[in-house]
Ligand binder design. Sequence first.
Ligand SMILES: [Cu+2]
Length: 116
Amino acid sequence: MRRATVTMLAAAVLAACSSDGGGGVGAGSVTVGNNFFSPATVNPDANGDVTWTWSSGGTLHNVTWEDLTPGSGDQGSGTYTRDFTGAPPGGTVIRYRCSLHSVDFNAGMVGQVVIP
Ligand SMILES: [Cu+2]
């Protein structure tokens, strides 16, 4: 009984890790929820793109870049894609936030793209 429980827990942990690509870092896609981005850290996909998909029931959110690249503007649905082709590799961190639900890039509705 005890051994069976441990095995089931291990399987659940492995499933949770694999569902987002491992380690909580996604590749190429981010869900825009109500007051969060998921995953909060994402790598571009093989084409260098990251796409944000709104799942907020019509509530407005935006993607606003610390590097001043034009962002999504306020959206309540739909998608927004940024191409990171040519961004410096090696762990470069490019931060963003929803300007409606954060006061800076450190807390609140914030996220980051990491260029591997
Ligand atoms: Cu927001």
